[in-house]
Design a protein around this ligand. Structure first.
Ligand SMILES: Cc1cc2nc3c(=O)[nH]c(=O)nc-3n(C[C@H](O)[C@H](O)[C@H](O)COP(=O)(O)OP(=O)(O)OC[C@H]3O[C@@H](n4cnc5c(N)ncnc54)[C@H](O)[C@@H]3O)c2cc1C
Length: 298
């Protein structure tokens, strides 16, 4: 394979200019956000862009975390640390803060962006799974204007997405805050990608679970949504037996790879345990509980 010895470098000063540069340079151009996934891929000779289009100057437009009329909006250039430290996230979208505690280390969290996390589409990436649980969509902009993609439909395969080469992801939107949510992850060592991880978001009335969503990572070729497990939970009174039945469904819905992070059966077992723990924590939070079982000392 012919590997280009060098690449060109451009800096976009607006979203429109980024789109224009993507169009001009074609599919061999890549956006550069925090660079914490793309640069290691280039060093390992797994990615060979001919042109890098640096978008760090778009912070003014694309770096934000805020709630507008009940919709959580997270700009593509929001850093992991912005989510972790956001008061609205910690209070109302708790699973995002849970997930962020487990992502890499402070260096990566200071530089790595939410948009880069979605666009990189590593099947073990935590944020897409957490946003799937929240029923989020992303907004992408290209030469023909803006469109939205449900996060659960974003990854089309490992490291592949539905984003066109001349489009830029501008933000993620969560349409409604859950009443309780949580994110659990098992990693081989602090800062590693998930052996298995999942997020649960619940909408409840006094007695029952009205709606439930579960997003999983590290246990398939893309981020997964555990639809059948959600169906087990909907309309039911929460209890341990119910959590176990949902956990068994979720374990059957995943298709974990056999790799250095464990065997498929081990990862299915992790899913069985994590669904139960995540449900206990999310239900407790929905009922006003403040005990944090996800903290893991971090
Ligand atoms: C040591 C280490 C440990 C890590 N551990 C974890 C972990 O435990 N869990 C986890 O989830 N992640 C982990 N990560 C990955 C981290 O979350 C990502 O590196 C980071 O969020 C990606 O964002 P970035 O801004 O660095 O993307 P970049 O590296 O700049 O870009 C990544 C890809 O996304 C594209 N892209 C970037 N922004 C956009 C945009 N706005 N629109 C369209 N395409 C875009 C780029 O062209 C490129 O293809 C780890 C990374 C490192 C280096």
């Amino acid at each position: 394979m012919q590997v280009p010895a060098q690449f060109d470098y451009e800096v976009a000063t607006s979203v429109e200019e980024a789109i224009e540069l993507l169009q001009r340079h074609g599919p061999e151009a890549r956006l550069l956000a925090g660079g914490h996934s793309l640069i290691p891929m280039m060093k390992l000779r797994l990615a060979f862009p001919e042109v890098l289009i640096d978008i760090h100057e778009l912070d003014g437009d694309l770096r934000f975390v805020r709630e507008d009329d009940g919709t959580l909006r997270v700009g593509a250039l929001a850093r992991h640390k912005d989510l972790l430290e956001s008061p609205v996230v910690r209070e109302r979208y708790t699973l995002l803060a849970d997930a962020e505690k487990f992502i890499a280390d402070p260096l990566v969290r200071n530089m790595g962006t939410v948009g880069g996390s979605f666009a990189h589409a590593d099947p073990s990436e935590d944020l897409p799974a957490a946003f799937v649980a929240l029923g989020a969509e992303v907004v992408v902009r290209g030469p023909n204007g803006e469109r939205t993609i449900a996060v659960e439909d974003l990854a089309t395969g490992p490291f592949e997405t539905a984003i066109e080469p001349d489009e830029i992801l501008t933000e993620a939107r969560v349409p409604r805050a859950p009443h309780g949510s949580s994110y659990f992850k098992v990693e081989r060592r602090a800062g590693d990608y998930a052996s298995a991880a999942l997020g649960v978001a619940l909408w409840m009335n006094e007695e029952e679970i009205e709606d439930a969503r579960i997003g999983m990572c590290g246990v398939g070729s893309t981020t997964l949504r555990a639809r059948e497990a959600e169906e087990v939970l909907r309309g039911q009174k929460p209890d341990e037996e119910l959590y176990k039945r949902a956990a068994e469904r979720a374990a059957q819905e995943c298709d974990p790879p056999d790799d250095a992070r464990g065997t498929p059966e081990y990862k299915r077992d992790l899913v069985r345990v994590l669904v139960v723990r995540a449900m206990e924590q999310a239900v407790s939070r929905a009922r006003g509980g403040t005990e944090d079982r996800t903290a893991d000392g971090r």
